[in-house]
Design a protein around this ligand. Structure first.
Ligand code: 5GP
Length: 133
């Protein structure tokens, strides 16, 4: 059975898309730590753990995530874009990109931001506009 993230990448479950390529897909986390919190996933594998990916997919995923992080940096005022890999909830490799004002913003125990669909859509569209492939 396909993971929820495969269904998102295939458009079977809606998401706020930030960027995509043939092999990778980036979309807003639905329970964000900060405005612009984005998840980046590979399309061609549902491997649970990032360090189980083959070298080519791993390199491609991290290179794609770097481009997405640059777009987030341009679109969302922040000091840095933090990077995290947890996978405690969804068993399909994903990289979290989180705009940071301070170190504490990357604490996944923090209360999540409540955003309206309009706010999600506006954030996704800003990051998407700043994305350079
Ligand atoms: P992790 O597996 O890295 O511990 O956490 C999974 C992340 O995916 C969480 O931050 C959660 O909010 C996000 N997430 C889970 N299900 C969905 C979903 O259906 N759509 C979106 N956009 N994000 C999701």
């Amino acid at each position: 059975m396909a993971t929820i993230f495969t269904k998102i990448a295939n458009g079977e479950i809606p998401s706020y898309k930030v960027a995509e390529s043939k092999d990778f897909y980036a979309f807003l986390d639905i329970n964000p730590l900060a405005e612009g919190h984005t998840l980046v996933i590979p399309r061609n594998t549902e491997a649970d753990y990032i360090f189980d990916l083959d070298d080519e997919t791993y390199a491609g995923l991290t290179a794609f995530a770097a481009k997405v992080a640059k777009a987030i940096r341009k679109a969302i005022p922040c000091k840095r874009v933090g990077v995290a890999v947890l996978g405690m909830e969804v068993p399909h490799t994903h990289i979290h990109l989180v705009p940071l004002q301070s170190e504490g913003d990357l604490n996944f125990a923090n209360e999540k931001k409540q955003l309206t669909p309009e706010q999600f859509a506006a954030i996704a569209s800003k990051i998407s506009a700043a994305f350079e492939n």
